[in-house]
Design a protein around this ligand. Structure first.
Ligand code: AFP
Length: 340
């Protein structure tokens, strides 16, 4: 038996080890962020297990339906929200939580409060659950601005103030992608160990991609620059090859592919939805943060996405994110439109 090789195989960079390593770069750190993150990771493992068992456990279905035992069943997105709220509150490190599922922000009771604000979508892409398409959890973390008393303004900060952002994708494997502001790392859940292992260190998005990702069914309502860009993807005039279209309709899956393969993901404004569809705090900001950290860009059609200042917790914004050069092209089309 080759013990040396075995030892090497067990020298795994788990997510906890990775975050503890990062923590040593901040001597003033007392480990609060590490504790918060371990609670988020636990929530993701729980949701991953629930998603995997969904068909069997009959977790899928309308909230309020009853199962054979006469117990009330919960929809997966409702269950996931409860999982994350509980995990975040019990970490003792949070003060305000904003969830896609809850109309109002949750202010953590004083005895359990910490200094972090977490914005999250517990199960994004949930309309895809019934057909087994990849779905995910998206989150962003802010530090409370000042003082001890948390206020709504603490979560109405521009995305560039986020300390960390990430997502967990529940797909053919369970993948956790995280940035704490020093690049992007990807971890894959080893189900036999119950641990996320570093499998994609220092992810960098290709500078230019061959894929565009958009719901083309909305094309008749698009503005000029979006329509021109998609036309260029299909019928390039500079002699380059046409881009491929890939659209899952589940943001985590579409953004994950964009991050790894390059290209652009867009959910633009249109005549029916002048602010687009995606939510600023827990969709646009975390994904824009990751894109920039991976060397890409994120643009709203008017400005850098991370410069936006949300007015309300569920605000929406158009978004174009992905490879640096591809987003640069989109920016040029919007700039040309402005000059008309
Ligand atoms: P659901 O959570 O309702 O499935 O919406 C998913 C989502 O918010 C995001 O994950 C997708 O990128 C986007 O909506 C897809 O929207 P369209 O169905 O309008 O293309």
């Amino acid at each position: 038996m080759d013990h040396a090789a075995d030892a090497h195989r067990t020298d795994l960079m788990t997510i906890t080890r990775h975050v503890l390593n990062e923590q040593t770069k901040h001597p003033e750190s007392r480990g609060d962020f590490t504790i918060l993150l371990s609670h988020i990771v636990l929530g993701c493992k729980f949701v991953c297990s629930a998603v995997n068992k969904a068909g069997l456990a009959k977790l899928i279905g309308l909230a309020g339906e009853t199962n054979v035992q006469g117990e009330e069943q919960k929809k997966l997105d409702v269950l996931s929200n409860e999982v994350f709220i509980n995990a975040l509150v019990s970490s003792g490190r949070t003060c305000i939580l904003v969830s896609e599922e809850d109309e109002e922000a949750t202010f953590v009771e004083p005895s359990k409060r910490g200094k972090y604000c977490v914005v999250f979508d517990p199960l994004d892409g949930s309309s895809n659950i019934d057909c087994g398409v990849s779905i995910g959890t998206i989150f962003g973390i802010y530090l409370i601005k000042d003082g001890d008393e948390p206020k709504l303004e603490d979560v109405l900060q521009p995305g560039k103030n986020m300390l960390a952002a990430g997502y967990c994708m529940y797909g053919s494997s369970c993948t956790f992608v995280l940035s704490t502001g020093g690049g992007v790392n990807g971890f894959t859940l080893d189900p036999s160990l119950g641990e996320f292992i570093l499998t994609h260190p220092d992810i960098k998005i290709p500078k230019k991609g061959k894929i565009y990702s958009v719901n083309e069914g909305n094309a008749k309502n698009w503005d000029g620059p979006t329509a021109k860009y998609v036309e260029k993807c299909k019928f390039p005039t500079d002699g380059s090859a046409s881009k491929s279209l890939r659209y899952i309709g589940s943001m985590v899956a579409d953004v994950h592919r964009t991050l790894l393969y390059g290209g652009v993901f867009l959910y633009p404004a249109d005549k029916k939805s002048p602010n687009g569809k995606l939510r600023v705090l827990y969709e646009v900001f975390p994904m824009s943060f990751l894109m920039e950290q991976a060397g890409g860009q994120a643009f709203t059609g008017k400005q850098r996405a991370l410069d936006l200042v949300p007015e309300k917790i569920h605000d929406r914004s158009p978004i174009f994110l992905g490879s640096y050069d591809d987003v640069e092209e989109i920016k040029a089309l919007y700039a040309a439109e402005e000059q008309k």
